[in-house]
Design a protein around this ligand. Sequence first.
Ligand code: URP
Ligand code: ZN
Ligand code: ZN
Ligand code: ZN
Length: 510
Amino acid sequence: ESSQFCDAGIGYGESTCGVSSSSSTKLLIKGGTVVNAHEMEVADVYVEDGIIVAVRPNIKVGDDVTVLDATGKFVMPGGIDPHTHLDFEFMGTQTIDDFFSGQAAALAGGTTMHIDFAIPVNGSLLSGLEAYEKKSKKSCMDYGFHMAITKWDEVVSKEMEIMVNEKGINSFKFFMHYKGSLMINDELLLQGFKKCKSLGALAMVHAENGDAAYEGQRRMIELGITGPEGNALSSPPVLEGEATARAIKLAGFVNTPLYVVHVMSIDAMEEISRARKSGLKVIGEPVVSGLVLNDSWLWDPDFITAAKYVMSPPIRAAGHGKALQAALSMGTLQLVGTDHCTFNSTQKALGIDDFQKIPNGVNGIEERMHLVWDTMVESGQISVTDYVRVTSTECARIFNIYPRKGAIRAGSDADIIILNPNSSFEISAKSHHSRSDTNVYEGWRGKGKVEVTISGGRVVWLNDELKVFPGSGKYVEMRPFSYLFNGIGKADAKYLSSLKAPVKRFRATT
Ligand code: URP
Ligand code: ZN
Ligand code: ZN
Ligand code: ZN
């Protein structure tokens, strides 16, 4: 093949090029506007062996260095997706994207790291992690794990210590939804929050009242509503608002930071806003589907078209997305994920007669960077520096891997994208790199295109061609006690002193 780059296409397993990657261990990105979360400047970026060595104007190099011209373009930290489900066994089936195809898609869209949710096996965190370590061996970009907590006992409590102290995991997700499978109760939530606090690990919640959503599903079936619209109708925003408020209040009672995943509604966003105004350490993560889509698709007469939008919490009525965008631009919400959890049409068809059986999840890992640029930067809602913050830097800070990730600066990993603001993108299942046969953003055209992706110092995406190798991605260990834990001890001390001394009472003597 003449091209140095392979079109890896769908179903690729190995690179067919055979071109050695050693030629790209030294790399110079010339003349672009280098963007970090707090500044931008025209500068060159020099990379050696996967690490950024220098960032300054007019860097001179020898002719053994590969040079990429970025004049008139933005040079930014690769995206970090805080919320994905690759190779996930869920609702009686398995996501169609595994750690290779999902990551290849991510790289083609400018995301160079993701944090996936490792799921326990029969409640065991160690077995769950072992399974995810196997699944992720084929990785072609860097990744980390959150761990879900699905039951509570002394063993789980001890395993949480092992996860944090030995396995590089610093966050745990609690599902307040999916009654009968992943859902946990308030007692477990409290025990889990307490343990997270003691370990310096971040508690994360899927906030939806699972008991009420279950009741909502009964109601829909009784009314004869069995189609995909039952997804939205059975779990309205009020159930998300209630669970968000409950999780926030319980985390506040324990005094530990909280991260609310996939914030889909005004109701949930307003609870987060109120909490942050009162000084609580609460992070809110909108996902791309919640920011840019609305629920009208769920009423589409074609089952497969409607079913591809089924997820939990449901995509909301028009108006919620706009409000979430505003909250993101104001800083009420801090970073954008995807909840990438893809099923193809045959899998979605498991729920042809009953919306409760439609596997929940939508795509987004490849589309996030483009859609956030198009929706938020092109519209003038956020600056280019804020774009870097919400797609990369803030995630790196929250999960304590900054500035190794999330920054273009000497010493950081060379996970870099070049975005051309004058070019355009178009989304279609025909051209995307996910294995899914559908795309919830089908037909979307927008401004701004990721033209180059560099992962670990290697050019993996150029001229619309992917060059990826299974096994080249590294596991990124994440240490506890991120910046969110600053001040937790002071607040505890203040609380204890407010209790004053125990009241001395005298017993009446006779
Ligand atoms: O519908 C969704 N969100 N599927 C993935 C699992 C989860 O709740 O994050
Ligand atoms: Zn090739
Ligand atoms: Zn969830
Ligand atoms: Zn999820």
